[in-house]
Design a protein around this ligand. Structure first.
Ligand SMILES: Cc1cc2nc3c(=O)[nH]c(=O)nc-3n(C[C@H](O)[C@H](O)[C@H](O)COP(=O)(O)OP(=O)(O)OC[C@H]3O[C@@H](n4cnc5c(N)ncnc54)[C@H](O)[C@@H]3O)c2cc1C
Length: 368
């Protein structure tokens, strides 16, 4: 018997587990492929501002609150494990090519200014001064100095090590269903037999959170994303570049010494993990339009995974109608960004039984 069992050892499940263990709870995490889900695919942009959409102001505030925590979060992880995860300091440049893009960027800039966000409009020339490898066809840009990035593949093992050092037990198995007794969640049944009994269950199965047998239906669906990793990009870009190329959005995120991540498709295809010729073609084509030097890079990996999407693109955090069952899912495009704050909020809830104020707008009851 453990105080808490967390279903899922992606970035979200691990951050919850780590923070809960730090608060003195005994914690077990169940996952047959820790870190093999969306957390493996993610580009690692920490981009509350450039990801902000109209009508998503509450999500923007949550994302900003999480980004503010990132430096301290990584500092604590380094203290716990002796391993550094790099927070890339260069911001994000959103670039446009034609009149339509210029209008769209002007609207976006107006929206950002209205929200009091710190963003700067640049001419094409100013943009290229910042990122000389951009195509000369770039005519306009917005620079978001505060939108940063990390490498999720660097972060995940460090978070796992910190969680284990704090006493979290990892069970490498698949959760087959939620166990309930007297109307309460009381653990997980494991595939192939066995179970983990617990005082509380946290559902952090990413895109798979929607349909754990025995659990209430959660409005989380898989949103497929194909993404590419390239090598040989040392010095090509300083920070993240995002663009719309003929209506399709593409981003280029430098990682490590010479890596570049190019993403990502957005597809409603259920749990389809196929990497398609069209998906790879479109991403490479669009990336080369923005930064022609991408042609020279080595393509080292193609991957498809599923964002945990919700009807309003915001996460579902907090209690459910089943006492003892807590949700930490639905982080959609922002799960890497929301990792520090989600762990903190859900651990608060597990310890106090009260929903923290920051999490309240993201209660699953908002969907009726
Ligand atoms: C292409 C792409 C690019 C992205 N880029 C960014 C980005 O730049 N910035 C950003 O902030 N976010 C980004 N995201 C979103 C981000 O990856 C997710 O929001 C985040 O990883 C969700 O984390 P998670 O822990 O909830 O889910 P996951 O990482 O998917 O983890 C879920 C875990 O549950 C496990 N699991 C599933 N079913 C079971 C079961 N039955 N029993 C036991 N274990 C199970 C899986 O093995 C997995 O380890 C991107 C996503 C994609 C797909």
């Amino acid at each position: 018997m453990t105080d808490v069992v967390v279903a899922g050892a992606g970035l979200i499940g691990l951050s919850v587990a780590w923070r809960a263990a730090q608060r003195g709870l005994s914690v077990t995490v169940v996952d047959d492929a820790p870190g093999g889900g969306a957390s493996r695919a993610a580009a690692g942009m920490l981009a509350p501002v450039s990801e902000a959409g109209y009508g998503e102001e509450a999500l923007l505030r949550l994302c900003q609150a999480s980004l503010e925590r990132y430096p301290a979060f990584l500092g604590e992880l380094a203290a716990a494990t002796g391993r550094d995860v790099v927070l890339r300091p260069a911001g994000t440049l959103v670039v446009g090519f034609d009149d339509d893009d210029a209008r769209a960027l002007a609207d976006l800039h107006g929206f950002h200014v209205e929200l009091g966000l710190e963003v700067h409009r640049l001419t094409g020339r100013e943009a290229r001064r910042r990122e000389p490898s951009l195509t000369p066809r770039v005519r306009t840009a917005v620079h978001v100095a505060g939108d940063l990035s990390v490498d999720p593949r660097e972060l995940h093992p460090v978070l796992l090590a910190a969680a284990e050092a704090a006493g979290v037990r990892l069970v490498r198995a698949r959760a087959a269903g939620l166990l309930t007794g007297d109307g309460r969640a009381c653990g997980l049944a494991l595939e192939g037999g066995g179970e983990v009994r617990a005082g509380a269950v946290v559902l952090a199965l990413g895109a798979h959170s929607g349909a754990l047998p025995g659990a209430p239906t959660v409005p989380v669906r898989p949103v497929k994303g194909q993404i590419l990793r390239l090598r040989g990009a040392a010095g090509l870009l300083d920070g993240t570049v995002r663009a719309l190329v003929r209506g399709r959005s593409v981003y280029l995120v430098p990682q490590g010494d010479d890596g570049l991540v190019v993403g990502a498709t957005v597809e409603e295809r259920g749990f389809d993990a196929t990497v398609t010729a069209g998906g790879v073609h479109d991403l490479l084509h669009d990336a080369i339009e923005v930064v022609p030097g991408v042609t020279e890079l080595e393509l080292v990996e193609t991957l498809a995974r599923w964002r945990p999407g919700t009807p309003d693109n915001a996460p579902v955090l907090g209690s459910t109608d089943v006492p003892g069952l807590v949700l930490a899912s639905g982080h959609h495009r922002n799960g890497v960004l929301l990792t520090p704050l989600t762990g903190e909020l859900v651990a608060d809830l597990l310890v106090s039984g009260e929903t923290p104020a920051l999490a309240a707008p993201f209660d699953v009851s908002r969907f009726g």
